[in-house]
Design a protein around this ligand. Structure first.
Ligand code: NCD
Length: 327
């Protein structure tokens, strides 16, 4: 189905649906001890490297747990200053070295093209291993987009699925890679409206709007009036790590924060999402509202990543057989 996971537009709708179905099978298998032991027996002969040159808690541990669930051995490079790159080695040579020891490399990088460059590097050499993009620059976060779609599909199971829904993105839409990747994946679903709500300095740019022939969308600065019409509210934090001159500290985001006063404006079946980490754009008092889905996103992310790794190593059929033999 795919040899690497680099960008969210590499997937078509049936890929996404298959990945989500696999995640559900795996989630159900993992409910019993026997199931967990089976999953652990699937890839004990494979080794994964987590190569993260940017901070991460969730994505790192989500991939770490996903590899553990499949019985893989895991190693990590999190601080490039402890690697030979400090001696002047190129990241390309580092990754090629790692590929001698590992069967999978999961990369998070400041450089938006790095995972793609590494996947291309392996096209021309004999030993080729899969690359997964765990977030690249401010451009792409394909596995987050898949877990977001999975969360939407699960949330809208009884209300007709994603078709026809209004998905509202809020916050730093200019620099949020999760928004860019999810917005692209949503174009696979029929009749979805995307609403982008942000202060004008952080509004969605052509990186998203280039797909405007495929999406119906609204750009707005009016959080409260759009909130009432949304089926999903996807909040994001200000990505100040990309500032060149502290510019985000000058932007007033107080009108783009969700607090308990907004709860009665929301549709009763709406869902509130956030890729996390959050700052103050969602008050903790929202956490207990049944429409808050961000902690479920975290858990869904782990199952989606198990599914993706299983598919990359072609053990998905083995997992499906287990389901059929045990149901
Ligand atoms: C996001 C990221 O790294 O892009 N976090 C994540 O992976 N869940 C969002 C963010 O950092 O704001």
């Amino acid at each position: 189905m795919f040899n690497n996971i680099i960008t969210s537009d590499q997937f078509n709708k049936s890929d996404v649906s298959y990945i989500c179905t696999m995640a559900t099978h795996i989630r159900k298998i993992a409910k019993t001890k026997e199931g967990l032991l089976f999953l652990k027996s699937v890839l004990p002969h494979k080794r994964a490297m987590l190569y993260f040159d940017q901070p991460s808690t969730r994505t790192f541990l989500s991939f770490y747990s996903a590899c553990q669930i499949l019985g893989m051995n895991i190693a990590e490079v999190r601080d490039i200053n402890t690697s030979s790159e400090l001696k002047g080695e190129s990241p390309e040579d580092s990754i090629r070295t790692l590929s001698s020891y590992f069967d999978l490399i999961i990369i998070r990088s400041k450089d938006k093209d790095f995972p793609k460059r590494m996947a291309n590097l392996f096209l021309n050499i004999e030993r080729t291993i899969p690359i997964i993009n765990a977030g690249s620059g401010s451009a792409e976060h394909p596995t987050q987009a898949l877990l977001d779609i999975y969360t939407l599909l699960r949330s809208f199971e009884n209300t007709g699925g994603i078709t026809g829904k209004n998905i509202m993105f809020v916050g730093d839409l200019k620099r949020s890679r999760t928004v860019k990747s999810l917005s692209k994946l949503l174009t696979l679903y029929y009749d979805v409206h995307q609403t982008f709500v942000a202060p004008k300095q952080l509004q969605a740019t052509d990186e998203i709007l280039q797909f405007s022939d495929k999406i119906s969308y609204t750009l707005s600065e009016d959080f409260e009036s759009q909130l009432k019409k949304a089926d999903a509210i996807y909040m994001t934090r200000i990505q100040s790590e990309w500032d060149t001159n502290g510019e985000s500290s000058k932007i007033d985001i107080s009108k783009f924060c969700l607090n308990k006063h907004h709860l009665n404006l929301l549709k009763k079946d709406a869902v509130v999402m956030h890729p996390l980490p959050r700052r103050n754009e969602i008050g903790t008092e929202i956490d207990r509202d049944p429409r808050a889905m961000y902690w479920r996103q975290v858990r869904n992310g782990m199952w989606i990543r198990v599914a993706l790794i299983a598919i990359l190593f072609s053990v998905d059929v083995k997992i499906l057989k287990y389901t059929y033999n045990n149901s």
